[in-house]
Design a protein. Structure first.
Length: 393
């Protein structure tokens, strides 16, 4: 008896299962213990590597009191100069080899592009300032060089970050090759064009916890010596204003079938995004902590989720256009569907939608609209004539 109830004897099959579980349990517990120990050891290595990496970053960014601490640790080491080869961090994708040099006593670093000695520097406030350390993978090569000086053969850093620069290069090259071999079957971004040179402007997301806003950039230096940039919020305001005026009383136009991409194109677009994410994950390795690559992967995942949403609910529902009534309420996808192009120059922003007078879509929609109005007027006229006949009888 137990608690007032009878304990039922297990059947032979149940007893056999219990015996097998009892045999397996110690092994499973040992496996779980080893897994926990492995995870704790990996976390400890990561913390140690991050600490060393932060020290190297302080040296590279020339935090004076941190640099003084490192110099103090190295005071008994012989003075020498170490050199590694990296890639030029100059604008316009120079791509030439460059030298990184470090004095092991002072921890002073120098950068020298083989193609142009001015690369890696920019005039700020009337003086040339080094900027090469802010571009990847040059920064990662520099950090590795500093680590060899301040931390020697740090096994934890080597294990976590030893291949970071190479993995960064490998990932960027693999993604570029993928794009060249697999042009996108669908463009669901707003077509923003530089009004100076008519090139498609590249979009850069806002960086969290910084003053850097989301913006469109033309990556070509123009005849006035300047690059061109327009903040995304300015584009959104201009597009909203244009749509609000153009679609007043015609909100039903936004779900015109001609605006929807073909289902086959959406499916191919989704497959391409999934394949590109796989390429990314195969190559990222130790560069997984890179913020710019992390944002790029997050964007790919977001676009894939959007494509799946379009497949499940339809493009107008996914874009929020099935409940559209005001230009300022359009989503990014909605703007991409409704807008043909946005031209941006120094003077302002010019928006062209798919509903401009003279387009095939405008003629079709306006014809349908006028036909409906005429039919309504005819029905109303017929009703008036009937009423008049009744009054005249």
């Amino acid at each position: 008896m137990c608690g007032g109830g009878d304990l039922v004897e297990p059947t032979p099959d149940q007893a056999a299962v219990a015996q097998r579980l009892a045999t397996l349990l110690p092994g499973r517990e040992e496996e779980a213990r080893r897994q926990r120990e492995s995870e704790r050891a990996a976390a400890a290595r990561r913390r140690s590597a991050d600490a060393v990496d932060k020290r190297a970053g302080n040296v590279l960014d020339e935090w004076s009191w941190r640099v003084d601490e490192e110099r103090l640790r190295l005071r008994d080491e012989p003075a020498r100069e170490l050199t590694v080869t990296t890639t030029c961090a100059g604008r316009d994708e120079c791509g030439a080899d460059a030298d990184l040099l470090i004095d092991t006593r002072t921890l002073k670093m120098r950068f020298r592009c083989h193609a142009d000695s001015a690369h890696g520097r920019r005039e700020i406030g009337g003086e040339l300032e080094d900027i090469w350390m802010y571009g990847e993978p040059t920064r990662y090569d520099a950090l590795a060089l500093i680590v060899t000086v301040i931390a020697g053969d740090d096994d934890a850093w080597k294990e976590v970050y030893g291949t970071r620069a190479q993995d960064y290069r490998s990932t960027v090259a693999a993604l570029r090759s993928f794009d060249e071999a697999n042009p996108p079957p669908l463009d669901l971004g707003v077509n923003v064009r530089c009004g100076i040179c008519d090139r498609r402007m590249s979009f850069h997301e806002a960086i969290p916890d910084s003053k850097i806003k989301a913006a469109y950039y033309c990556d070509v230096r123009h005849s006035d010596g300047r690059y061109h940039r327009v903040y995304k919020e300015e584009i959104d305001v201009a597009v909203g204003r244009h749509l609000r005026l153009e679609l007043r009383g015609r909100s039903h136009w936004v779900v015109a079938p001609e605006l929807a991409p073909e289902p086959e194109s959406v499916a191919a677009y989704a497959d391409r995004l999934a394949a590109k994410i796989q390429v990314f994950d195969r190559h990222i390795g130790a560069a997984g902590s890179d913020e710019s690559l992390g944002r790029e992967r997050a964007l790919l995942v977001s676009r894939l989720a959007q494509a799946r949403d379009i497949q499940e609910r339809g493009v107008f529902a996914a874009a929020g256009l099935d409940s559209y009534w005001h230009g300022d309420q359009t989503t990014e996808l909605g703007r991409a569907l409704l807008i043909d192009r946005v031209g941006c120059d120094r003077a302002g922003i010019d928006v062209v939608s798919h509903f401009e007078e003279g387009t095939d879509l405008y003629r079709r929609l306006r014809t349908e609209e006028l036909t409906g109005e005429i039919n309504g007027l005819r029905a109303h006229l017929s009703a008036l004539e009937e009423e008049l006949d009744e009054l005249s009888a």
